[in-house]
Design a protein around this ligand. Structure first.
Ligand code: SF4
Length: 295
């Protein structure tokens, strides 16, 4: 949990730089499924990307909700969450001054920050945090599948009922209609469900996606057979990544989502040339950032 302002103030998690064994994260697995070359640009070449305002806003809102759950239950009111917004953004901005680059010349970040308030209001429409006591927020899960594939990711919130039933909660803060990202979101949730199952021996009772912009939530109940099939899917994705990693043969896969790709200038589908292949990387190419998670 992140303490409230006024107490010790750890950095908002943005980037992890520790060298660790290669792992598969939901964001990078989705990248590879969408376009192997996009995976290479992000995980192997690590080409810089300028985050969008929506991504940064998502990171701030996720951090606010985490801090909210650091308060005593009775204090988790909308006003408290709104009060957390400015200091949370200030901290992120201090740690990542380059994020000011998301604003156009003369644009007032205060207007953008106001747009985050609507997401917080959306959250309070969906549930009352005073009635919940999560086991963890922004929980790092890491587990090795029997095949040897290492899974790693961050769960926005893990709720565990007195009966032991587990609920995995993910906040979606993007402005895109939820139908567009729903398949990707379910992939991510199954990834977490599998990781929790492997770590705790218990299949989560519920996966809950909370769409803060359109103030709706989606609940999903996984079962063992489905997660077992999903595990095989992840094994196959990781095998394909390692094969491509050995040869450098990461092929582009042009599609609708290219419109959101920052790397068209390096993509042969758009007349670009990829940088020379640097070889399979150290440190970990599977790592994802807080900005990845804030979609
Ligand atoms: S522009 Fe499209 S095809 Fe090219 S790397 Fe990006 S997602 Fe892949």
């Amino acid at each position: 949990m992140v303490p409230a302002p006024g107490t010790e103030s750890p950095p908002v998690p943005v980037e992890i730089t520790r060298r660790r064994r290669p792992a598969l994260s939901p964001s990078r697995a989705s990248d590879f499924k969408q376009c192997p070359l996009l995976y290479r640009f992000r995980a192997v070449d690590r080409l810089p990307e300028t985050p969008t305002k929506a991504q940064v806003r998502g990171t701030v809102v996720h951090a606010v909700l985490e801090r909210l759950y650091g308060l005593p239950a009775g204090e988790r009111l909308p006003a408290a969450a709104h009060d957390l917004l400015a200091p949370t953004w200030a901290q992120l901005r201090e740690e990542r001054p380059e994020l000011d680059g998301i604003f156009a010349e003369g644009e007032d970040p205060a207007d953008w920050l106001d747009s985050a308030r609507a997401l917080i209001e959306g959250y309070f429409e969906l549930e009352d945090p005073r009635r919940l006591q999560p086991e963890a927020c922004e929980l790092l899960v890491e587990t090795e599948l029997p095949s040897g594939v290492l899974l790693r990711g961050y769960i926005d919130r893990l709720d565990v009922a007195p009966t032991g039933e587990i609920r995995v909660v993910d906040y979606k803060t993007g402005a895109a209609p939820r139908e567009i990202g729903e398949a990707k979101a379910l992939f991510q949730m199954k990834f977490y469900a599998l990781a929790v199952w492997r770590l705790r021996g218990e299949v989560p009772r519920q996966l809950r996606l909370m769409y803060l912009a359109d103030r709706q939530s989606l609940a999903y109940t996984p079962d063992e057979a489905e997660l077992t099939r999903f595990e095989r899917t992840l094994d196959a994705i990781w095998d394909a990544i390692l094969r491509a990693g050995r040869t450098g043969d990461f092929r582009p896969n042009k599609g609708k989502l290219c419109a959101w790709c920052s790397h068209q200038a390096h993509c042969p589908e758009f007349g670009g040339t990829p940088p020379e292949y640097p070889g399979w990387p150290e440190p970990d190419p599977g790592e994802e950032t807080a900005l990845d998670r804030a979609d």
